[in-house]
Design a binder for this molecule. Structure first.
Ligand SMILES: NC(=O)c1ccc[n+]([C@@H]2O[C@H](COP(=O)([O-])OP(=O)(O)OC[C@H]3O[C@@H](n4cnc5c(N)ncnc54)[C@H](OP(=O)(O)O)[C@@H]3O)[C@@H](O)[C@H]2O)c1
Length: 217
């Protein structure tokens, strides 16, 4: 399958591109910095430059044409402030989902975050609150669309090696961490699982092998 990944130079995205390439799928990475193209190609994906805070839905729809699935893996990142939580974590997801509708690409997997859908934890500051508000708004937008969406809410991300075992279930899942490599494996497994359409799933480290966890949802 041909899978377009927004935020294609992100840590999860690069891991996902390797998984897709290894199983013979075609990954297309949307990146905003042309200097990231070499890394993306090394991960086995095609690189396409697209700034999701600047592009129009029509422009993005052209890039999605012919794809079988879209993954939203972008994020404003740890060093960003309130405005970019809105313009990337909400705005870029809304843009991508609208473009997927226009392009007729029905399968859409969104990386959200545990904590979305609830009021922000008190005492964590305005940037955290803006992040949770942005992720919640992006989820709500996606649920309103005529797309075959699945929302994945990972817990705290780590760069530990893949364990191949996770806990993946409808909310609430107890808070925990999860290696990005396991998140990438779960997303790859979800892409062609129609049974997970219109589900919101929380994801942490756990004891269930990835394939079984995805089958069991
Ligand atoms: N950190 C956590 O513990 C945690 C927990 C749960 C969920 N999440 C979510 O998981 C997702 C992926 O995490 P990650 O660690 O893999 O992310 P990451 O490494 O920070 O990657 C995010 C990517 O988004 C790209 N991006 C930012 N603005 C963009 C724009 N305007 N147009 C196109 N691309 C843009 C960045 O590109 P540049 O390199 O050019 O900036 C970067 O490559 C994010 O949505 C994050 O919010 C994180």
């Amino acid at each position: 399958m041909r899978v377009v990944i927004a935020g294609g130079h992100g840590k999860i995205a690069l891991l996902l591109e390797r998984v897709l390439a290894e199983r013979g799928d075609q990954a297309v990475a949307l990146i905003r910095n042309p200097a990231h193209a070499a890394d993306v190609r090394q991960a086995g994906a095609e690189a396409v430059v697209c700034d999701l805070e600047a592009a129009s839905a029509d422009e993005v729809a052209v890039l999605l044409a012919g794809a079988d699935a879209v993954v939203f893996a972008a994020g404003a990142g740890a060093g960003s402030g309130v405005p970019r939580k809105d313009s990337v974590d909400r705005g870029a997801s809304v843009l991508l989902a609208g473009a997927a509708e226009r392009a007729g690409v029905r399968r859409f997997v969104q990386i959200s975050s545990m904590g979305a859908g609830q009021p922000p934890q008190p005492g964590r500051g305005e940037v955290w609150a803006a992040y949770i508000a942005a992720k919640t708004a992006a989820e709500d937008d996606l649920r309103s669309r005529d797309l075959d969406w699945t929302i994945v809410r990972p817990g705290g991300l780590t760069d530990a090696v893949a364990t191949g075992r996770v806990r993946l279930a409808a909310p609430p899942v107890p808070r925990g961490t999860v290696p990005r490599a396991d998140v990438a494996a779960v997303i790859a497994a979800l892409l062609d699982k129609p049974g997970t359409v219109h589900q919101t799933l929380e994801l942490t480290g756990g004891n269930t092998p990835v394939a079984a966890a995805v089958r069991g949802t």
